[in-house]
Design a protein around this ligand. Sequence first.
Ligand code: F6P
Length: 592
Amino acid sequence: MSARSCAANCATPERKLDSRHTRPAGNLISRGPRRIGGHPKHGVPALSKITHQALSALKSHLASDAPRDLRAAFAEDSGRARRYTVGLDDLRMDFSKCAVNDETLALLSGLAKAAGVEAQRDQMFAGEAINTTEGRAVLHTALRAAADADIRVNGENVVPQVHAVLDAMGRFSDGVRSGSILGATGKRFTDVVNIGIGGSDLGPVMATLALAPYHDGPRLHFVSNVDGAHIADTLSGLDPETTLIIVASKTFTTIETMTNAATAREFIVSSLGEAAVALHFAALSTALDKVARFGLKEDRVFGFWDWVGGRYSLWSAIGLPLMIAIGKTGFGDFLAGARAMDEHFKSAPIERNLPMLLGLLGVWHRLVCGYPSRAIIPYDQRLSRFPAYLQQLDMESNGKSVGLDGKPVETASGPIVWGEPGTNGQHAFFQLLHQGTDVIPVEFMIAARGHEPQLAHQHQLLVANCLAQSEALMRGRTTEEARAQLMAGGTSESEADRLAPHKTFPGNRPSITFVYEMLTPFALGRLIALYEHRVFVEAQIFGINAFDQWGVELGKELATALLPVVKGENSGEGHDSSTLMLAETIRQMRGD
Ligand code: F6P
């Protein structure tokens, strides 16, 4: 799939949450779990006593004086929307359709203070090794810092290195876009294939698709899955003479990426010879020694650093495909948008601070109300991969059940994150959002203007749908209203009685709506950075390390161990009978 047209393509352990408490009762806001307390079996709790007190205060508030009827809350307070909307330039976050009031916000702000979120934020920005299980700083913010900033890791200012790589990326992308960098047979590159997975794929795919109106470079393609179908389908339409391959891998060991890179190498070599590799490949990695073995010259290798987490790496060399698509000026605007959010996160008071509030509302919904998941619904087709991107950002960061102290977490941690663009989702899963037994907070996003002035009428329809859904989730429809509507349409009284319960909507289903003027590179960078910092805020309150991902290791280890079994090279001693039988069935079906 091309990118100018483009782009590729738990429930959290319920030890603490009881789904019976998450079921809405009529028009009441459903009540979450009652219990937030230290784990009795595990000594010193990871969360401080004052954090527990702040959480307990929120739980009491939920049970007593948090708004229960949002319709009434809006009717009683004409200033509610204005009061519960915060902004940064043209970005607005309206959270007035969440069941909160001034007291809720004061208590949430108290929770952030009790958990020391501001101090931890400052440690992150200062380059302290807050990724404690890997002993690393967490400095994706340095990747978008101004050239004259001074951010130190082990006493060394990293900003000059960051800008040196950005400059090298700029020279390379200019060359590919202008045609001064050519393939082995002297032809211009018309197609660029990025091979990577996880953070080395999701960000570039998502952003390249999101910024399609800004594409003026070669077509972009993304290959991630080790399923040979992905690379076969991608390469099948391409000409090796005009194809540039980018191998993106922080570690340069990831099996999917290395396997696809070998296939792509064969695609180039079989047609153009071994010498063409140096001209048709570029690599993005922190593991420069491993890249060297791939046979690339220095000017084709773009490095980054171990203080950049994979899922936070879009701003680094991993952003090269995006830069090739939209140019270095557009990429600079994208970084500037993120920088604007960084500055805001660092300096705005909690009650006007978008990432703080978004994180605190996330905690309110997850820990206090007990909602198990959240839905991300961009009313923006070009953000169609944003929910998938956020799944890695959020769930790989906060999908942990061990606290910073190595003991089981004392509260729930990150929710399940999922979503699809509107309006499509309306015709798929919105039924459950409106009438299902779980309350799922929704985060809507909508631009004031689309990029197609000739289709402004379609954009108006899109906006109307977005606003209608948040209003419907909030208002609901009472049985009485449903009954009256049926009878007004000519339905008999007895039939109206029978049907009205099915046409009743509980309402009071929370949502947050983001509005921005237009989805520009700057606006996208700002939105992504907002969500990065939101994940950070929530992690501090959960008391977990958001920056490791040990949970992906076991499956990788077992896949390596099972490969000889799948190939029939060994009997698989030590594996369970289900796994062995499945492998055997597959071998038999293949006729091995
Ligand atoms: O899925 C685990 C993970 O390590 C992610 O965190 C990372 O983004 C992805 O694999 C890809 O890793 P790499 O960039 O090293 O190939």
